[in-house]
Write a protein that binds this ligand. Structure first.
Ligand code: GLY
Ligand code: MN
Ligand code: MN
Length: 446
């Protein structure tokens, strides 16, 4: 038997909060599709965050139907027990154990879903399901809705209203409970340790991939199941590719390396970026620009508190970065005009940050009623200003070309301010210069 990766009481609390948001409804959440890599080999499987959030169930081909206030209220569809398949793929709960361990009212095998789900939906007046996200259940869902309509006779009601479940559940996930926060802290603590190890081991001549491999090793040995996203390990000008994925070049003396990497612990992801000199010493131009980005990043964290409107926070980042661009002679002219014309996008093409939680770019709406929302207690967000000067930008001062700097911390909004979950990851120039390359016993050969 496998031990669930969640506290089931927490799932029950989440379902109770969800129940308060709907009336006479069924909420359907399906597992992620399993993708074949080749022949009978699959890509590593990770459960859909919403399904895991509400049930803790990690197997593919499962579906959860939640009907607040009805009986049965919670119904899970799972794969059957199958000794042969389990010999190849490992343990499956099957209906009986799944009911007992995950504490839901009824459990059926997934091949019963078409018939059983119709009965369940006939007793509600609307359904929440997020279509076009996972293909395997979408076709079942279409038949299900048509069958429900057919079975409703000539009631004149037509197809039952379908609402997207994603924003509904996303709003819950956005405000972290103390349980969520404990796991986020752990993901962040582990990721900080892994960044420290990367800094210590970093040397010119090492490949981006070796540093990436070290990160995976350091987070997995501390209990993470995987990375929260594809790590970015970008030496020199590669840092100007925002989601650089190749990680296969050699780190060079004199370059900076930008590492954006986060471990995922029990379905919660960290998301840390640090930029440091490969050789352990910043050049004077690197030092000057890095310090400016760092000062801005710290000031952007200092102003955070409940009530600060996200768009206003983004605007502060833009203004601060445009000041740096003017100061560094990357741009010239009127600050207002450069902002108005989006000219700064050449050197700062992304946003200040994003919600963070079970998914690195987490669920939750950034706008409410068409306007940017304020930060609220319990939100997890990243703060990650960056400055990227393309290698071939002949209008930029030569000493800055190919320089990419991003500094990213993971923040939780508290009742009257914030908690920086990744504050222990070094980012001051003197700390980085002391740490980088400081590991003893390093052997730079394979
Ligand atoms: N790691 C991707 C991001 O920072 O958004
Ligand atoms: Mn981020
Ligand atoms: Mn990141």
């Amino acid at each position: 038997m496998r031990t669930p990766n969640i506290n089931i009481d927490e799932c029950k609390k989440r379902r109770a909060r969800l129940a308060d948001k709907v009336d006479d409804a069924a909420i359907i959440v399906s597992a992620h599709t399993e993708y074949v890599r080749n022949h009978d080999v699959h890509h590593p499987y990770r459960q859909d965050s919403n399904l895991f959030y509400l049930t803790g169930f990690e197997e593919p081909e499962s579906v959860f139907i939640f009907r607040p206030g009805k009986s049965p209220e919670t119904v899970l569809f799972v794969r059957e027990k199958n000794v042969t398949r389990e010999t190849w793929e490992g343990f499956r709960y099957g209906p009986q154990l799944a009911q007992q361990i995950f504490q839901v009212d009824e459990v059926y095998t997934v091949d019963q879903i078409d018939a059983k789900a119709v009965e369940l939906l006939l007793e509600v007046s609307c359904v929440y399901y997020s279509q076009y996200r996972d293909s395997w259940f979408d076709s079942h869902f279409k038949n299900l809705m048509l069958n429900v309509k057919a079975k409703s006779g000539r009631s004149g009601k037509g197809l039952m209203p379908i609402y997207d479940s994603y924003p509904l559940i996303g709003e819950l996930r956005l405000k972290k409970s103390s349980y969520d926060l404990e796991l986020m802290r752990k993901a962040c603590d582990i990721t900080v340790q892994a960044h420290l190890e990367m800094m210590k081991q970093c040397r010119p001549g090492m490949s981006e991939r070796e540093l990436h491999g070290l990160f995976i090793y350091e987070v997995m040995r501390r209990g993470c199941a995987r990375e929260g996203y594809g790590s970015i390990v970008a030496g020199g000008k590669n840092a100007c590719t925002l989601h650089y994925i190749f990680n296969d070049e050699v780190l060079k003396e004199g370059d900076l390396v930008l590492v954006d990497a986060g471990g995922e612990y029990k379905y919660y992801s960290a998301d840390i970026t640090r930029t440091w000199p490969v050789s352990g010493k910043f050049s004077s131009a690197q030092k000057r620009v890095y310090q400016k980005v760092l000062d801005l990043q710290k000031s952007l964290i200092d102003v955070m508190k409940p009530g600060l409107v996200i768009k206003d926070h983004q605007q502060m980042a833009i203004e601060g970065l445009v000041d740096i661009m003017l100061d560094e002679k990357l741009l010239s002219g009127s600050k207002e005009q450069l902002i108005e014309n989006n000219d700064f996008r050449k050197y700062y093409p992304h946003g200040l940050g994003h919600f963070l939680g079970m998914d690195v770019h987490d669920a939750g709406a950034y706008e409410v009623g068409g306007t940017s929302r304020p930060y609220e207690e319990g939100m997890g967000v990243t703060v990650e200003p960056g400055l990227y000067i393309p290698h071939g930008d002949e209008s930029a001062p030569a000493e800055l070309r190919g320089m990419g700097i991003r500094i990213e911390d993971d923040i939780v909004v508290t009742v009257d301010g914030v908690e920086n979950l990744t504050v222990a990851a070094p980012k001051e120039i003197n700390e980085l210069e002391d740490l980088v390359g400081s590991a003893s016993g390093f052997v730079n050969s394979l």
